[in-house]
Design a protein around this ligand. Structure first.
Ligand SMILES: CCCCCCCCCCC/C=C/C(=O)SCCNC(=O)CCNC(=O)[C@H](O)C(C)(C)COP(=O)(O)OP(=O)(O)OC[C@H]1O[C@@H](n2cnc3c(N)ncnc32)[C@H](O)[C@@H]1OP(=O)(O)O
Length: 396
């Protein structure tokens, strides 16, 4: 074991493993608006800074410079830093863009920023609903964006460059977001992904940051994190909907058995390659999958790693409904907005009547799965599979 973990550590130190990519903000610069400056509230501005992270298409360098300078003008006022040297090309371009705004008032810059982001969001058909000013900004981070509108709190996995793989921090952020959503005034909570993937499961670089206590401590703390994470889904009190916008892998698939509705684009696939990875089922799937699809279909997925298409997953009961990718977002959100208008207490109580009969059993299953995985994570089978992936030798 130590040999394999040592290989992981050497891989990590050699730089062969890239650190998790942070989603970068591109704050903005803009044209002078003629006539009286419209007002954009601070909330509008904050929401816009969130929305810009969710743009599906890169708006290009020119627009990004515009975004950068408007953001600086709105938050700091006229350009107030020394001009970079001619060889410092990127910072000089940013300085020029900001300086070009001159004495544009902060509130005008703020309004122009919000305007530009709204136009970019509309044109790029951002995968996330545009959040009007009246709605609130929710807890989240760059890799997790939480918005709330029309009675729906949406938790969006936002690491499209890494197929929305879940970092340790994201597990914690999702738990915080679910905690907040359980208490806010929304009627329904949605989990979805930004980009072409819903989620590629556990970020395998999570195995590389070995704490002082060594791999045994890593496995212990990982099992605690996993158990706490899945408990939040078992106990979540409101209707919980998965909007599966693309392929789903690993834990993002297994916890679907704890959702109330699973809507999927026909582009989605559902893959639980646990044996391939030297691991074992989690998310209560060792119980929910046989219950949902029968023991043999569950074994094909969880033991043999059979990847399901969206339609196969729907036939087997894991997915509620499959939509054509071209109309997926539109159809799903129209439906969810209608559902969110139903009496929230009745929905919450009805969900609890359904879930309460199994809650105790689900917690016990989760505890057992987490204990088994704690051992699996220490096995050579698991570490060899992780090393193969991280050294770019193998993908699923
Ligand atoms: C003891 C540690 C415990 C820590 C925490 C415990 C808490 C919870 C544990 C829960 C248990 C969960 C289990 C699982 O989820 S098992 C499934 C894990 N996921 C995978 O094995 C998928 C790995 N990824 C792939 O096989 C491919 O990336 C994929 C088929 C998904 C897509 O292939 P494609 O060719 O389309 O795209 P790329 O491979 O080029 O991906 C783009 C970049 O994204 C990176 N990436 C993608 N998925 C992951 C991932 N899961 N972990 C880390 N990085 C991922 C990929 O490396 C590319 O990065 P670069 O651009 O830098 O090369």
């Amino acid at each position: 074991m130590a040999g394999v973990a040592g290989r992981l550590a050497r891989l990590w130190c050699s730089g062969a493993l890239s650190s998790p990519l942070q989603v970068t903000r591109f704050p903005a610069l803009q044209l002078h608006l003629c006539g009286p400056a419209m007002r954009a509230s601070q909330e509008d501005f904050e929401n816009a800074t969130n929305q810009v992270k969710l743009l599906k298409k890169d708006p290009g360098n020119e627009v990004k410079l515009k975004l950068y300078a408007l953001y600086k003008q709105a938050t700091e006022g006229p350009c107030n830093v020394p001009k970079p040297g001619v060889l410092d090309f990127i910072n000089k371009a940013k300085w020029d863009a900001w300086n070009a705004l001159g004495s544009l008032p902060k509130e005008t810059a703020r309004h122009n920023y919000v305007d530009l982001v709204s136009s970019l969001s509309a044109s790029s058909e951002s995968s996330i609903q545009v959040t009007p000013a009246a709605d609130r900004k929710q807890p989240g981070s760059d890799a997790l964006v939480v918005t709330s509108q029309d009675g729906i709190t949406t938790i969006t996995l936002n690491r499209p460059d890494k197929k929305n793989a879940l970092t340790t921090q994201m597990y914690h952020d999702i738990m915080l977001a679910l905690e907040a959503a359980s208490k806010d005034d929304s009627a329904i909570t949605v989990l979805t992904g930004n980009g072409d993937y819903y989620c590629s499961g556990n970020d395998l670089t999570n195995f590389t940051d070995i704490p002082p206590g060594g791999v045994e401590e890593k496995a212990r703390s990982g099992a605690v994190l996993l158990r706490d994470f899945v408990d939040r889904f078992i106990d979540f009190p409101k209707p919980l909907v998965a909007v599966v916008n693309g392929p789903a892998v690993g834990i993002s698939v297994t916890i679907l058995g704890l959702f109330d509705i699973v809507y999927a684009t026909d582009r989605a696939t559902f893959h639980t390659p646990f044996s391939h990875l030297g691991q074992s089922p989690e998310g209560c799937s060792s119980y929910t999958f046989p219950k949902i699809m029968g023991p043999s279909k569950a074994t094909e997925m969880l033991v043999f790693g059979k990847k399901l298409t969206a339609r196969e997953a729907c036939t087997q009961g894991l997915v509620t409904e499959v939509f054509p990718d071209s109309t997926f977002q539109k159809e799903v959100w129209v439906r969810l907005k209608a559902y969110s208008k139903l009496p929230p207490n009745a929905m919450r109580i009805s969900k609890q009547v359904i879930r309460n009969t199994e809650k105790e059993k689900l917690h016990a299953i989760n505890a057992e799965e987490s204990n088994i995985l704690r051992e699996r994570w220490l096995s050579d089978e698991c570490m060899n599979a992780v090393v193969s992936f991280l050294s770019k030798k193998a993908k699923l």
